[in-house]
Design a protein around this ligand. Structure first.
Ligand code: FES
Ligand code: FES
Length: 209
């Protein structure tokens, strides 16, 4: 059985400046350190271990990229954490962990989902496709190739999510025009600002479908 705690991170709305972030974390760190000294590290460790031990878990079976997996997970585990931490599929990225950036986009039963917002235990019996499952051996998926042809990335952090979302858009038939592509992929943020080329890549893959 595997246990893990669902991560909670601040949303962009509450994004601090570098200065306030450092100041806040320093202050919080001091409080935590003081608390740790008062409570004693062994006491905190025992409490955390007991909490993890008592967390409910569920056994599920799901198929990821054509391969069946039988896993037992903490009920709070997201699909993204299941993929990355349990199955070693780190292509799907954790950007915001709050449903705001699309970096974690995968297909579940052919539908696009933000895997950071999807509880793994709800997917018993589902088919999941991640970026690792798109290529056919050495043959890239047409949209993967189009991203290369159109130079549709810089840092690449958003790219797996963009590609999975683009594949979903093409399957949904929502790529009739650049405007429609932009609209249907509006949940995928690219901090490098590669949107024009991403749209071109989706257009290219759509035309070669
Ligand atoms: Fe940003 Fe999931 S990591 S939407
Ligand atoms: Fe860097 Fe999109 S390529 S965030």
């Amino acid at each position: 059985m595997t246990n893990e705690t669902a991560a909670t991170e601040p949303t962009d709305q509450a994004a601090p400046t570098r200065r306030t972030f450092i100041a806040t974390t320093s202050a919080v760190g001091g409080v935590v350190a003081a608390g740790g000294l008062l409570a004693g590290p062994s006491m905190l460790g025992a409490e955390e271990a007991a909490a993890a031990e008592s967390a409910p878990s569920t056994s599920i079976t799901l198929t990821v990229n054509g391969r069946r997996h039988d896993v037992t997970v903490d009920n709070r585990t997201s699909l993204l954490d299941l993929l990355r931490e349990h199955l070693g599929l780190t292509g799907s990225k954790k950007g915001c962990n709050a449903g705001a950036c699309g970096a974690c986009t995968v297909l579940v039963d052919e539908h696009r989902v933000n895997s950071c917002l999807t509880l793994a235990i709800r997917l018993d019996g589902s088919q999941v496709t991640t970026i690792e499952g798109l290529a056919d051996g050495d043959d890239l998926h047409p949209l993967q190739q189009a991203f290369i042809d159109q130079d549709a990335f810089q840092c690449g952090y958003c790219t797996p999510g963009q590609i999975m979302s683009g594949v979903g858009c093409i399957q949904e038939g929502r790529t009739g025009s650049p405007a429609e592509i932009r609209e249907s992929m509006s949940g995928n943020i690219c901090r490098c600002g590669c949107y024009v080329k991403i749209v071109r890549a989706v257009e290219q893959a759509t035309s070669r479908k």
